[in-house]
Structure formats: C-alpha cells, structure tokens
Design a protein around this ligand. Structure first.
Ligand code: CU
Length: 104
C-alpha cells in the first residue's frame, strides 16, 4: 500500500472481568478468536483469582490471586468455542463465582 502507513497488527481483544462476593461480571460475552487479554479487577473485599478453560479443551489458564482493589492480566490465544471461567479460591465457585463466554 504505497503512500500509506502499514497497518498495525490488530490489537488483541480485551475481556474485562470484575469480581465481587460472590460473582463475576464480564465486559462482554462474545469475543473473536485469536489473541486476547483477560483482565481481572477485584472490586470485592476478599481475595479472588480466575481460572479459564475452553469446553473440550485440555488447558486451564489461570490468573493469580488478586487482592481487593487489585488488577491482574493474562495474555491468551482464544480458540472458537465456549470458555468457562471460575474462581478457584475456597468455595467461591459454588457460591456463584463462575461465568462463561463464547469465542467465534
Ligand atoms: Cu473468589
């Protein structure tokens, strides 16, 4: 494309996840396949983390324990399908800290 700047690589999709006791809120429920940044913001009063796995997948991704008011991020490459996410701390998952999103 003479005369034009080369297009920058597409910015990764971002998925914002906020944690409170005891639920997650997602900034969106569908993403495109490819590189993405998962961002966990802990707006609660307890420590939370995030586990992430595609249904049928073999790998579980993890964001570390995140303190109240803290933020952590994870770079991932998303494949088409449905991903489940949950908090792995204590019984938080049973108490409602789980969610899912779709990758197209
Ligand atoms: Cu939790």
């Amino acid at each position: 494309m003479a005369g034009l700047l080369a297009p920058a690589a597409a910015a990764p999709a971002r998925l914002g996840v906020t944690a409170k006791e005891f639920r997650f809120s997602l900034s969106r429920t569908a993403l495109k396949r490819g590189p993405a940044v998962i961002e966990l913001d802990n707006f609660g009063e307890d420590v939370h983390d995030l586990r992430l796995r595609r249904i049928g997948g073999t790998r579980t991704y993890g964001l570390p324990e995140t303190r109240p008011g803290g933020r952590t991020e994870l770079d991932v490459t998303l494949r088409p399908g449905i991903y489940r996410l949950w908090c792995s701390i204590a019984d938080h998952r049973k108490r409602g800290m789980f969610a899912s999103f779709r990758v197209r």
